[in-house]
Design a protein around this ligand. Structure first.
Ligand SMILES: [Fe+2]
Length: 247
């Protein structure tokens, strides 16, 4: 396939810092060391930052958007509730962002990551790697298949558990649009208990990060579906993870 998007020239709307969480949020312990120790400096963006990177569909493998099978042995599949995650990537004006690279990673159905520093005792799934990627189409739409990730404990407070979630990295039409965020699942009782969710400033911001069950896209006898739209840059932007961005 050929490259589908036309880059937008020009600068981006500044991030709305009243919408995004503060960098320093002590209940989320690692924010203490990650947050800036000095006042931020502002630099004008360059042309390359406003027009790059560009990605082509040729770099995406056939199973890259199928976490149920992209790490599985032949004839096998990952263990867990099968789901489809889909949505659109939009800019702050509500326009679709075609050609955006989405990368996603998650714990397995038991809540365990395939990572050498993982300490949770839940079992690894030999047929689940936990990461994938895709590129949005002309209408900004994306879709991938995976298994529902499990909640997991993490060393923050005495007994903190993350809600089920999927991590996203999004490259839009410029490095200034780079977004790293997390997606939660509608109805998860751990969402209001999570210290990371707790840094968000409003229920509206939490709702924006919560995918809704979408029965219209459910495949009978196969997979449930969740819908998650992502907004890049500007007032309607999806929450950028709790760290300072460079642009
Ligand atoms: Fe995670």
């Amino acid at each position: 396939m050929t490259e589908t998007r036309t880059p937008n020239l020009g600068g981006f709307v500044p991030r709305d810092r009243s919408w995004h969480p503060d960098a320093l949020t002590p209940p989320y312990k690692t924010s203490v060391k990650r947050s800036p120790q000095a006042a931020l400096l502002s630099f004008p963006t360059t042309l390359s930052e406003e027009t790059s990177p560009m990605f082509g569909h040729g770099m995406i493998g056939a199973l890259d958007n199928d976490l149920i099978h992209n790490y599985a042995q032949s004839g096998q599949s990952a263990i867990g509730p099968r789901i489809i995650v889909h949505g659109r990537v939009l800019d702050e004006m509500g326009r679709p962002v075609p050609g955006a690279l989405l990368e996603f990673w998650q714990a397995n159905a038991g809540g365990r990551y395939r990572h050498k520093k993982e300490k949770y005792q839940a079992a690894l799934d030999p047929n689940f790697g936990g990461c994938g990627r895709t590129i949005t189409g002309n209408d900004g739409a994306y879709e991938f298949r995976t298994v529902m990730p499990g909640p997991y404990p993490w060393p923050n407070g005495m007994n903190d558990w993350r809600p089920a979630h999927i991590h996203f990295s999004v490259f839009g039409h410029g490095f200034a649009q780079r977004l790293i965020t997390q997606m939660y699942f509608e109805g998860d009782p751990l969402i209001p208990l999570c210290p990371i969710v707790g840094v968000l400033k409003s229920q509206e911001a939490i709702d924006q990060l919560t995918a809704l069950l979408d029965m219209h896209r459910t495949v009978p006898m196969d997979a449930r579906a969740y819908k998650f739209d992502i907004v890049l840059r500007g007032r309607r932007q999806t929450y950028f993870e709790n760290r300072a961005e460079g642009l």
